[in-house]
Design a protein. Structure first.
Length: 375
């Protein structure tokens, strides 16, 4: 069953298709290409490989492609074209298409000099901007992995420090309990309480920072793999489209070489069905390629935006948590700064009590509890 489409010609008096076949050798006139941003492309019905039957009711039997092009140009107003739809090749693709697809995959990352040395056609060289974006994505992934590993290492160090605070709380509290001199007992207990407060603040800080590391892990374990999967599908579609392009070019070259020798190919005389099916398949592959390319570019851009925004946001949260922890530790130590302490170091009943002025002093310098002193 024939299909019909009505097109309004543009200012350049064309509808946007190139025509192949026709008299004197091929019994069929067909669409070779639908050009972008033209009436035929915007309407979207006709596709490469479709057989042209009539133009505004005038049959195209035994006409040449030049005659049909002239007929379309002479039409004033809308152009109604009747055509038969061609079906693309089945899902089982020809072996040479699969081989050409593999060839593209092998050659894509080779430089031009290597390709020349191997004797591979330059027609399959592909300079894809997405490949550079993928390289940048991999570099960004390495940076985020490094930051995550460093943050985990830093957090692990804080956990050991917080555990040490708890241990010091236990020790000083025990000393305070067993100290017989009341003022020294109170001082040691207060100093132990300061370490308990630092332990509690540290626990809060850990609870705030651990979700940040999980968020960064989501970026690495979900966002990047999802983008990489889309790019893999795009690459597969790209190689398939290029394989069809190369196959069509080979058939074009065969037909041209035969014409130079005054010969006509059998497939041309029989309607050039194989060539038309390849045109339809190439068009279908191109649509899939364009769609996945657009999807890949969008995902790469969103991924980069997420990386920039998330890194700034998470690093700010982490630094704020570390800063608050440091301030609270400083405050706790200031409240626990009860030195000098005069503990009773001589056992009861062993010696006489020494004068208070001769008892040993334990003095803690203010510099030791200053948050600006790293030591």
């Amino acid at each position: 069953m024939a299909h019909k489409v009505t097109l309004i010609k543009g200012q350049d008096n064309v509808i946007g298709i190139s025509i192949g076949g026709g008299s004197p050798w091929c019994p069929v006139l067909y669409v070779v290409q639908v050009f972008q941003r033209t009436p035929a492309a915007e309407e979207g019905s006709m596709q490469p490989g479709d057989e042209l039957i009539s133009v505004n009711g005038a049959a195209l039997t035994k006409r040449s492609r030049k005659e049909v092009a002239s007929l379309i140009q002479q039409v004033k107003g809308p152009v109604t074209i009747a055509y038969n739809r061609i079906t693309p090749l089945k899902e089982k693709k020809p072996l040479d298409i699969a081989i050409k697809k593999l060839k593209h995959k092998l050659v894509e990352k080779l430089d031009e000099e290597t390709v020349d040395n191997l004797g591979i056609s330059r027609a399959i060289l592909v300079h894809d901007s997405i490949a550079k974006k993928v390289e940048q994505m991999e570099k960004n992934e390495a940076v985020v992995k490094g930051l995550l590993a460093h943050a985990k290492h830093l957090l692990e160090g804080y956990k050991h420090l917080i555990q040490a605070y708890d241990d010091m709380f236990q020790v000083f509290s025990s000393i305070g309990v067993h100290e017989r001199q009341q003022s020294a007992s109170l001082a040691f207990s207060n100093f132990g309480s300061a370490h308990r407060a630092m332990h509690e603040e540290g626990t809060k800080m850990i609870m705030k920072t651990e979700p940040i590391l999980k968020d960064l892990s989501v970026f690495l374990q979900k966002a990047i793999p999802d983008t990489r999967l889309t790019i893999k599908k795009y690459s597969d579609a790209k190689f398939e489209y290029l394989a069809y392009c190369l196959k069509v070019k080979e058939l074009d070259d065969m037909e041209l070489n035969a014409a130079r020798r005054g010969l006509v190919l059998v497939r041309v005389v029989e309607g050039n069905l194989e060539y038309r099916e390849l045109l339809a398949s190439r068009h279908k592959a191109r649509i899939q390629y364009s769609k996945l390319r657009s999807d890949s570019l969008i995902k790469l851009q969103l991924l980069d935006n997420k990386r920039v925004q998330d890194l700034v946001f998470h690093l700010e949260r982490m630094i704020t948590a570390f800063q608050a922890f440091t301030k609270q530790c400083h405050k706790a130590l200031q409240q626990g700064a009860v030195f000098p302490i005069q503990p009773e170091l001589i056992g009861l009943g062993e010696h006489k009590s020494e004068p208070e002025s001769e008892r040993p002093l334990i003095k803690l310098s203010e510099d030791l509890i200053s948050p600006t002193n790293d030591d």
